[in-house]
Design a protein around this ligand. Sequence first.
Ligand code: NAP
Length: 451
Amino acid sequence: MTPTRNPPVSVAIVGAGPAGLFAAQALLAQSPMPVTVDVMDRLPSPYGLVRYGVAPDHPTIKSVVSTLHEILLTPGARFVGGVDLDRTVTRGDLRASYNAVVYATGAPADRKLGIPGEELPGSISATALVSWYNGHPDAVGIELAAESVAVIGAGNVALDIGRILTRPYAQLAATDIPTSVLSHFAAAPVREVHLIARRGPEHAKFSTKELRELGSIDGTSAHVDPRDFATVPGTADDRRVRANLAVFRDWSERPACSSERRVRFHFYEKPVAVLGDGRVEEIQLERTIVDASGRVTGSGRYRTVPVQLVVRAVGYRGMPVADLPFDSTAGVVPNIAGRVIGPEGVPLPGEYVAGWLKRGPTGVIGTNKVDARETVASLLDDWADGQLCASAGRPRLEELLRRRGIPVTGLDGWLAIDAAELRMGAAEGRARSKIADWKSLNELAGAVPRC
Ligand code: NAP
């Protein structure tokens, strides 16, 4: 008798960013469970926040793309672009077509400040600004005509923005920022960036490497008010905090200089209103008091700073995905070690989460590797226990998409976009020039509706 071979377990991963791709890597690297992995994205390009979130002047961080690309080349893996969960396919479609689904759609929304004037023209989210200079096809154009900018928040996104706004144009022009966006930076007169942190230097979430980098930009100087050090502890247990304090102390001891551009850190201040007649003209700040547990309260002492652009970089926010359970307070899908937990408090068979949708918007790219391994370990245990979904396998979804006329794209499509961006970059004397419009991306990727 010929032995019967079980078909491979089919897994759909929704979201081709680092969380989704590291989950694919962990699935393809294990041996007990034969597997095929479809990594889907609504865009014709993979890599998610590595392509659209990592700052364009950080090519070293972006170089993780070569690892992510290798994952897509692994036998058993497939990239499927143009799959928009809830618009072109439903959660039910995925559950019926695959033995397991891993949702890794990140935390795409921004958090709000909840203060008057926040909606004035000239008050924008970091998500909007970052998407725009990174060439996301959904990004809306931004008016950069500001001499003075307030960036709210003391995290790495605020640092990225402070750095991009104060880098000399020649340095930005060497990055992959889309040509259409670069012209705005060429004309941008940004002279001063105020980085507003509601707590002290010891509470800032900055990575020290990125912090130091801000102080080493040609023509830009970093400043800290020495009075903000009055209550700062001399040292700290945490190595990163200790190193950050040393950087801030150094900057606070430097004499004021007349550099071309300045980044000023303002600690113990929170925004209470954005003011202006029809568009941003000032930001009103309140001095804060931080108690021993790190809790912030207002002191009742206010001042205003003239600014023409306010960027809130106060963290990302997860969004509900299809009709999956969602914890709107934490902005995550309720899960235990990556298993999606249903309303009855028990895991939903065959459904998993990874990345920011699982743990919230924290950590660096590498954090997703460990996170994905945990999710995949849960999936493998469930497979061993016979807990995955029965499914008709890959062909069912393909047939469904074909019948709906959904123009999905593959790895070849992405490679065509990639090659076009490299060609455009070479013509402009830089490594890459990003293509930022849906029409060009879809045409290059061959996203033609099928009948
Ligand atoms: P984040 O690290 O959570 O920082 C958010 C900042 O906003 C905090 O300083 C927070 O202050 C402040 N904030 C929150 N609500 C506020 C309010 N209402 N008013 C004033 N300030 C407020 O978020 P992020 O900067 O968006 O970064 C997200 C993740 O991506 C992080 O893990 C980050 O390290 C990572 N990332 C890494 C890099 C890199 O490695 N190069 C680059 C970019 C992003 P409190 O502390 O007082 O809450």
